[in-house]
Design a protein around this ligand. Structure first.
Ligand code: PMP
Length: 373
């Protein structure tokens, strides 16, 4: 068996130790006579798995007791509807547009209330974060939405905005799908955070929502009951059948994270990995990353190869891009092709990617720059 270095943006590489443990428990979980995906979600065995996972996550992310942790379904995109259904009360919401994912959130929210643009980085091609001091936040805002890590454009908030300091009392909603558990969260600045699991937490199918208790109970009458945060919270995420197997695997990931020293240790590693890759890209003649250095993502590193005229080669079909992907694939480096909407390349280096994987990528990129193969 050979496992390649997998740079997928999601579903993404999993810690090998987690996959091995899941494999060993697939047929019979701890002498229960059945595997986890065959268990009743309300039975004692699965409730134990669920409670452990929730407690471990609360500890890892230092989630304060006045926040509820919900394990839901639907992924990040479904939350683009579920959040306004729960929090907009049919009123106005402010969105900060920093890339494709916040744009999508803004578009969907408009179906449930008045979705305004507080600031947008679109004019600059989504390469920087608008300064919070410039955001246009309405006094009537029900919430302010950001995507704290834009997976496609490779832009990350390294510090969460302090809305109160900006004179805004509305809660901050953040889509942290692609950098959850990669760094600590300043919960004093957050009202609600959501994210799909399939990048840093486990398999697709599980959506994590962490919501301040006082924001529960505000759902619009049209909100499906399975998506009403209050109902989900009151029923310990068992109002409907939760994605049990994904929760179990995420629970194994949480235990793995604890064994690695927790979130601050992961953050240190993520800083080191990202620094290594960005420094290499910045120092090379062939590769370029166009994101403002102050907000480059530690998780998703988009980069372009340059053409003979020095300009970034966006077109995936350009022979140099094709040759690069062939060469890296031959070296055991997979899923480096950039998102179709921006072209070029992207290396996603989530928690499960060790620094050795980044070193292997850099070695291959250096070799390609030197030889063209
Ligand atoms: N938000 C962000 C930041 C994402 O990266 C993604 C998926 N790549 C989504 C939302 C959409 O998530 P899903 O596909 O789980 O609906």
């Amino acid at each position: 068996m050979t496992r390649a270095w997998n740079f997928s943006a999601g579903p993404a590489a999993m810690p090998e130790a987690v996959l091995k443990q899941a494999a060993s428990e697939m047929l019979d979980w701890r002498d229960n006579g059945m595997g986890v995906m065959e268990m009743s979600h309300r039975g004692k065995a699965f409730m134990g798995i669920y409670e452990q996972a929730e407690a471990d996550l609360r500890e890892l992310l230092a989630v304060p007791s006045h926040f509820r942790i919900l394990f839901m379904q639907g992924g990040g995109l479904a939350e683009n509807a579920i959040v306004p259904l729960n929090l907009s009360q049919g009123g106005a919401m402010d969105f900060v547009l920093t890339g494709s994912w916040s744009q999508k959130s803004h578009q969907d929210a408009g179906k449930y209330g008045c979705a305004r643009v507080a600031a947008s980085a679109q004019a600059g091609g989504f390469t920087t974060l608008p300064d919070p001091a410039s955001w246009q936040l309405g006094a009537d805002s029900r919430y302010v939405h950001i995507c704290s890590n834009e997976t496609i454009h490779g832009i990350e908030f390294h510090e969460l905005p302090d809305l109160r300091a900006l004179g805004c009392d509305a809660p901050l909603v953040m889509d942290f799908s692609s950098h959850v558990a990669s760094r600590p969260v300043n919960w004093s600045r957050v009202g609600l955070a959501f994210g799909g699991a399939q990048k840093n937490l486990g398999p697709a199918g599980l959506t994590l929502v962490i919501v301040r208790e006082d924001l529960l109970g505000r759902a619009l009458p049209a909100c499906p009951s399975a998506f009403d945060y209050q109902l989900v919270a009151d029923n310990q995420s068992m109002y409907n059948t939760p994605p049990t197997y994904s929760i179990y695997i995420a629970g194994l990931v949480f235990q793995w994270l604890k064994s690695q020293g927790g979130i601050t240790a992961m953050e240190q590693r993520n800083i080191a990995k990202a620094q290594l890759l960005y420094e290499f890209i910045d120092g090379s003649q062939l590769y370029v990353n166009t994101v403002d250095t102050a907000c480059r993502s530690r998780m998703n590193v988009p980069f372009f190869l340059r053409g003979d005229d020095g300009q970034p080669l966006l077109d995936p079909a350009h022979p140099r891009n094709v040759a690069f992907l062939q060469a890296t694939q031959a070296a055991g480096l997979l899923q480096l092709k950039g998102h179709a909407s921006v072209g070029g390349m992207r290396a996603s280096i989530y928690n499960a990617m060790p620094i050795e994987g980044v070193q292997a990528l850099i070695a291959s990129m250096r070799e390609f720059e030197r030889t063209g193969t």
